[in-house]
Design a protein. Structure first.
Ligand code: NI
Length: 436
C-alpha cells in the first residue's frame, strides 16, 4: 500500500493536455509537491493522508497572471478615466515616490490574497522594494517571477538613469529559485522609453550573464510608437533586438502597437507576450493583435497589469475579455476559442514566466491545482466545461487553491494568510499615501 499526501476524488478535470483535455469524474493524487497520478480510476493499493471530495467541482491548473504590479492594489480606484501618460506621470509616480518598504509589503500581500482567491497560483511581478515582494511570496506560499531593475531612474526628482546592476545581481543571487523554487528572478526593463540605448544594452548583457530572462513593457501605447521613432529612429521591438534584449527569454507586456515586421521579430526571437486586455481597454491604449500573434505561433499569455489600471487582479475577467473583444473587433466569432484562452491563462503563462514544471494537470508536474465550485445556478445545465470556465465562471467560484501540493485555500477560507490583518494594514497605510 502506497501512502500519498492528498487525493482529489470524483472531480471533473481540465488537464490542459492536448489529447485528453477533459477527464470526467476523475482522480488526482499528490505526493512530494507533485501530481503522482491523474486518472478516471483510482489506482489499487493506495492510501492518502488527506482527501478532498471534488463532486460538483472542476479541477484545473492554477492561473498564471503573467504581468502585474501587485502592490499597486494600494492605488486601486485612485486615478481613473485618464490616459496612460497622465495617469502614470501625474498621478501614479508622485504616489510611488512616497512608498516605503512596508507599504509595498502590505500592498503585495493584498494583491496575493486577491489573486489566490481568484485561482492564481503564480504571477509575474514588476515593482520597487522587490525584497518585500519576495518576502510576501515566500510567506504566502504562492509562486512568482520577480524582476529587478538594473537602472534607478530618478535622483532628486531628476531623470538620471543610474547604474544599479550590482543590485540586480545580488537580488538574483539571493532569490532566484528561493522559497523551495517558488521564486524565479528576471531582469526588469521597465520600457524602452524609460531606458536608453546604453542601459538597454547593459540590461541585456546582465540577463545573459545571469542566464535569465527579461520582463519588459513593450509598445503599450501609440505614444510609444512616436517616442521610439524620435529617440531611436526605429520601433521599440527593433531597438530591443539591436541591443540584445531579445536574445534571452523575454516576457513582453502589452505589445498593442506592433508592425507586421515587429510581429515577425517577436516570433523569430521566441518572445512571450502578456496580453492585458482590461488594462489596455481602461487606459484607452488599444487592442493588441492577439489572433495574429497566435497564428504566427507566438506564446501569448494573460495578465491583469496593476490594480490601479484594471482595477482588480481577476484572471476570469481577462479570459472573458480576451475571448470576446477579438471576436468583436474582427467580426469573427470563431477566433479565440475557449481552449486557446484557457491555455493562455495557464500553461502559456507558466512557460513565459520561467516555470516549466507547472501549468497543466499531468503526472510529474507540480501540484498547482484549483477547484471551481460549479454547483451554482450560472453553471447549469452542465454542458461544455471549457466554455463554462471562459464564459460563465466568476473569480468567486474558486473554492480551493493548491500550490506545490499545499492547500492555501479551502472552501474559500485561507489556511495560512490572515486576510483581516491585510485589509486592516492596507486601509491604515492608504490614508497616509493617498491623503484620505
Ligand atoms: Ni504594467
Amino acid at each position: 500500500m502506497t501512502n500519498f499526501d492528498l487525493l482529489i476524488k470524483n472531480v471533473d478535470i481540465i488537464t490542459m493536455n492536448d489529447g485528453n483535455m477533459i477527464i470526467e469524474n476523475g482522480f488526482i493524487g499528490v505526493a512530494d509537491k507533485k501530481i503522482c497520478f491523474v486518472s478516471d480510476k483510482l489506482p489499487d493499493d493506495v492510501s492518502f493522508k488527506k482527501e478532498i471530495d471534488g463532486n460538483g467541482k472542476i479541477a484545473m491548473p492554477g492561473f498564471v497572471n503573467a504581468h502585474s504590479h501587485s502592490a499597486m492594489t494600494l492605488m486601486r480606484n485612485y486615478a481613473d478615466d485618464i490616459a496612460l501618460e497622465a495617469w502614470l506621470f501625474d498621478n501614479i509616480f508622485p504616489i510611488e515616490a512616497k512608498l516605503t518598504d512596508k507599504d509595498v509589503y502590505w500592498g503585495t500581500m493584498l494583491g496575493i490574497a486577491e489573486m489566490l482567491k481568484s485561482g492564481v497560483t503564480a504571477f509575474a511581478d514588476m515593482y520597487m522594494f522587490m525584497d518585500e515582494v519576495a518576502r510576501a511570496v515566500t510567506e504566502t506560499g504562492i509562486k512568482a517571477n520577480l524582476c529587478k531593475s538594473p537602472v534607478q531612474f530618478f535622483e532628486g526628482g531628476e531623470l538620471k538613469r543610474l547604474d544599479r546592476s550590482q543590485g540586480t545581481v545580488d537580488y538574483y543571487n539571493q532569490y532566484h529559485n528561493s522559497a523551495d523554487g517558488r521564486i524565479k528572478v528576471f531582469v526588469e526593463i521597465h520600457s524602452t522609453y524609460m531606458f536608453n540605448e546604453k542601459t538597454l544594452t547593459n540590461a541585456a548583457a546582465l540577463a545573459k550573464q545571469l542566464n535569465t530572462g527579461i520582463h519588459i513593457h513593450l509598445l503599450e501605447t501609440a505614444t510609444e510608437v512616436q517616442s521610439s521613432k524620435r529617440d531611436y529612429g526605429m520601433t521599440s521591438i527593433e531597438i530591443c533586438k539591436k541591443t540584445g534584449v531579445l536574445d534571452v527569454p523575454v516576457l513582453a507586456a502589452h505589445c498593442v502597437h506592433l508592425t507586421d515586421s515587429d510581429l515577425e521579430i517577436m516570433k523569430e526571437m521566441n518572445c512571450s507576450i502578456s496580453h492585458n486586455p482590461t488594462s489596455n481597454l481602461k487606459l484607452g491604449s488599444g487592442i493588441a493583435r492577439v489572433p495574429e500573434m497566435l497564428k504566427l505561433g507566438i506564446n501569448v499569455c494573460l495578465g491583469t497589469d496593476g490594480a490601479s489600471s484594471n482595477n482588480n487582479l481577476n484572471m476570469f475577467e481577462e479570459m472573458n475579455l480576451a475571448a470576446l473583444i477579438h471576436k468583436g473587433v474582427a467580426m469573427d466569432p470563431q477566433l479565440m476559442k475557449a481552449d486557446t484562452i484557457l491555455k493562455m491563462g495557464t500553461s502559456n503563462g507558466a512557460s513565459a514566466i520561467g516555470f516549466t514544471d507547472t501549468g497543466k494537470i499531468a503526472e510529474g508536474l507540480k501540484a498547482d491545482i484549483i477547484l471551481i465550485d460549479t454547483d451554482k445556478p450560472h453553471f447549469y445545465p452542465k454542458n461544455n466545461p471549457l466554455s463554462t470556465l471562459v464564459y460563465s465562471a466568476q473569480a468567486s467560484d474558486v473554492d480551493t487553491v493548491i500550490v506545490d501540493g499545499r492547500i492555501l485555500m479551502q472552501n474559500r477560507e485561507f489556511t495560512a494568510i490572515d486576510e483581516e490583518k491585510i485589509k486592516y494594514e492596507v486601509h491604515a497605510l492608504s490614508k497616509r499615501l493617498l491623503g484620505r
